[in-house]
Design a protein around this ligand. Structure first.
Ligand SMILES: C[S@@+](CC[C@H](N)C(=O)[O-])C[C@H]1O[C@@H](n2cnc3c(N)ncnc32)[C@H](O)[C@@H]1O
Length: 270
């Protein structure tokens, strides 16, 4: 199975569970989605008007709306929109004159997102099916690109970010939350980490991320780690999945993985 097919089937399974009324699962939330429905990354007050299923399906690693600075009337695109949590929140900021697109490749996620859109009665939202590496929008179509824990899953991050740049209007901004690597981690430890957090395998270092963003044309790039995968967060995540930490790491590997990954806030301009 290709990486894309694997990712689709993993997130499709989570979406199906949520649609059937079971709890979601765990995406890639360092101290976030996995240990209590985004309670650590989102302001609970702001989530109150969202359908429960959008919140339960949250699989992000940060809150891009904290720094996207959305304004009324803007057009926004969320890459890898999942169950739609960020799209539906963004829809409130941009209002009726604005528009928010959510793009996702997984059918089950799109079904869930559309059902959440209906429950909220959002009329300024459209979910699109497609790949972030081939965005189905015209050039210079949007003011803001958001994304939450998705680019790290892409095997071709340069293409995904070049596509983001293409569809942004001149002067437009990128506001994404994503997992980054803060130090080198041996491949076997990365593989163990992958079992408790779905977004580690394809994670790159901050300097690598920055150079891809520069290469595809972005400027004024800022990448700030915000949610650290410390030992205690890792322990919480593993135990939240009813597994034992010692099944994954001995003391030495735990020291290596301690603080090696973080949910980061990434901002840049076209
Ligand atoms: C970790 S979840 C995050 C979902 C959402 N952003 C959130 O915060 O809850 C990743 C989502 O990205 C989608 N995805 C992953 N790779 C993709 C790709 N190459 N193109 C389009 N969607 C993708 C998956 O289907 C899944 O819904």
């Amino acid at each position: 199975m290709s990486v894309k097919e694997n990712v689709k089937s993993y997130y499709g399974g989570i979406a199906k569970k949520v649609s059937e009324g079971q709890s979601g699962g765990c995406g890639c939330g360092g101290g976030s989605c996995c240990d209590g429905i985004s309670s650590n990354i989102y302001d609970i007050e702001k989530l109150k008007s969202l359908p429960k299923e959008a919140i339960v399906a949250s699989l992000g690693c940060g809150d891009p709306l904290l720094f996207a600075q959305l304004e009324a009337g803007e057009t926004v695109l969320d890459l890898g929109s999942g169950g739609g949590i960020d799209v539906l929140m963004a829809a409130k900021y941009v209002g009726e004159e604005g528009k928010v697109y959510g793009l996702d490749m997984t059918d089950e996620m799109l079904v869930l997102a559309n059902s959440n859109k209906e429950k909220m009665g959002a009329t300024n939202v459209e979910f699109l099916k497609g790949f972030i590496e081939e965005i189905p929008l015209e050039d210079e179509a949007v003011d803001v690109i958001m994304s939450n824990c998705v680019i790290n899953l892409s095997e071709d991050k340069e293409r995904a970010l070049a596509e983001a740049y293409r569809v942004l209007k001149s002067g437009g901004r990128l506001a994404i939350a994503d997992i980054v690597a803060l130090k080198e981690v041996p491949a076997d430890i990365r593989r163990s980490a992958e079992l408790w957090a779905g977004c580690i395998a394809g994670t790159i270092r901050i300097d690598e991320y920055k150079s891809i963003l520069e290469k595809v044309g972005f400027s004024k790039i800022e990448i700030n780690p915000a949610h650290l995968y410390s030992k205690s967060v890792i322990q919480q995540l593993v135990e939240g999945k009813k597994m034992l930490l010692e099944d994954f790491f001995d003391e030495k590997s735990l020291d290596i993985v301690d603080g090696a990954f973080a949910g980061a806030y990434i901002k840049a301009y076209k």
